[in-house]
Design a protein around this ligand. Structure first.
Ligand code: SF4
Ligand code: SF4
Length: 407
């Protein structure tokens, strides 16, 4: 079966096994089939040797968190994302022979609903009311990764200029718009006016891409590009969305997509370059102690995790975890579709957080923050730490300054 993987990419692995300790599913199961090396071998057998895409093959691929920790660890430069994504798409959408393992209908419907932002907001508010009335079963809430208290209402975001776009996304905008509000305040404090996209940019398509729904992911990419025109930088405060937006070049393969992807910056990358323009901590502001959790899509895909530390350093005492950036198990919808493995992987992260002794964790990805918060961790976005430090105990917002000249 042709899995849609370039043979040159599939040939890169030399089976050295150096990636195994960096793979969360191998760490919690010890199974070779659930390691990067085992998955590459299985993909070769199916694509090259005519082996059947049987249930054990499907399990091997569907249990991958797509954290790409193996890419960072691999000395041979195996582009694991370029292997697993087309293979998952072939399983989910099929080639000539039809899909082998399509995602459940409810999941496909949920992913498609993300494109209708008003429906998502209304549904989320209704769920919030049901949550207040204790009508949401605890198991369902845990399965969906719901915050302990979904917002019924959300702060209104207002555009303040056109220096940069702030990508607001789908689920994060419904569940954590307060984070967007704090990010906007911090970006404005660095002197930039912030433009906000309309509803067409409601979803970047990352969840669809990870589930193998490639055609839906391409439709979301095209809509998002239409909603963010011009040449202003596009700032993203969710690492998974930022990685997806930066990948539009590869996803769509057009010059327009390449130009769009080149404008995308994780918000911490942009803030690190404009740090001199940010005000000092407000008088009397507390200096918190926070551990940094590196979302995989920031550390292994965007390779921009150092910027989080640069931005936090003037405002907080940063504590490093001792697990070398191992995945937390959130993985987009992974915690919902693979709850046992996601929980086992998270347990390792929780142990690292406990060893750090930090009372709070800063995470630049909402999925990771919610996954950790569901286990009792005080999880905040790094920009929330900065926003709080810029505010005096009496609540006076920081004054605005102009950014330094480019270059
Ligand atoms: S993916 Fe890379 S690190 Fe892992 S076994 Fe293959 S060559 Fe070695
Ligand atoms: S992407 Fe992550 S879970 Fe998947 S094989 Fe690589 S290290 Fe393991």
């Amino acid at each position: 079966m042709d899995l849609g993987i370039a043979d040159d990419d599939l040939a890169t692995c030399v089976a050295c096994g150096l990636c195994l300790p960096h793979c969360p599913t191998y760490r919690v199961t010890g199974e070779e089939a659930l390691s990067p090396r085992g998955r590459v071998a299985a993909m070769r057998q199916v694509q090259w040797d005519g082996a059947a895409a049987d249930p054990s093959f499907v399990r091997s691929l569907e249990t991958c968190v797509q954290c790409r920790g193996c890419e960072t660890a691999c000395p041979s430069g195996v582009p694991f994302g370029r292997l697993i994504e087309p293979a998952r798409t072939t399983l989910a959408e099929g080639a000539a022979g039809g899909p082998v393992s399509p995602p459940p209908r409810a999941f496909r419907l949920a992913v498609r609903t993300l494109r209708w932002h008003r429906v998502l907001l209304a549904g989320s508010s209704a769920l919030a009311v049901a949550q207040r009335l204790r009508l949401v079963p605890r198991r369902l809430a845990a399965r969906l990764g719901l915050p302990a208290r979904l917002p019924v209402r959300r702060p209104r975001l207002r555009a303040s200029g056109a220096d940069v776009w702030l990508f607001t996304g789908c689920v994060m905008d419904a569940w954590q718009r307060d984070v967007h509000a704090d990010v906007q305040r911090v970006v404005e404090a660095a002197g930039a006016g912030v433009a906000l996209p309309g509803g067409e940019a409601a979803c970047c398509g990352a969840l669809a891409a990870h589930a193998g729904l490639g055609s839906e992911a391409r439709r979301r990419a095209e809509a998002t590009m239409r909603a963010l025109p011009g040449d202003a930088p596009i700032l993203v405060d969710a690492a998974g969305c930022g990685a997806q937006l930066k990948d539009y070049d590869h996803l769509l393969g057009t010059a327009e997509a390449a130009a769009f992807a080149a404008r995308v910056r994780d918000v911490h990358e942009w803030l690190a370059e404009h740090l001199a323009a940010l005000p000092a901590p407000a008088p009397g502001a507390e200096r918190p102690r926070v551990a940094v959790q590196d979302p995989c899509h920031l550390r292994h895909v965007q390779r921009a995790h150092a910027a989080v530390r640069t931005v936090l350093a003037p405002y907080a005492d940063v504590v490093e975890l001792d697990d070398e950036g191992l995945c937390c198990g959130a993985g987009g919808a992974y915690a919902a579709v693979q709850p046992e493995l996601a929980g086992a992987i998270r347990d390792r992260k929780l142990a690292a957080i406990r060893r750090s002794g930090a009372p709070a964790v800063a995470s630049a990805n909402p999925g990771c923050a919610l996954h950790l918060a569901a286990a009792g961790v005080e999880a905040v976005h790094p920009c929330q730490v900065v926003a709080r430090a810029l505010t005096t105990p009496a609540g006076t917002p920081p004054g605005r300054r102009r950014p330094p000249p480019a270059g």
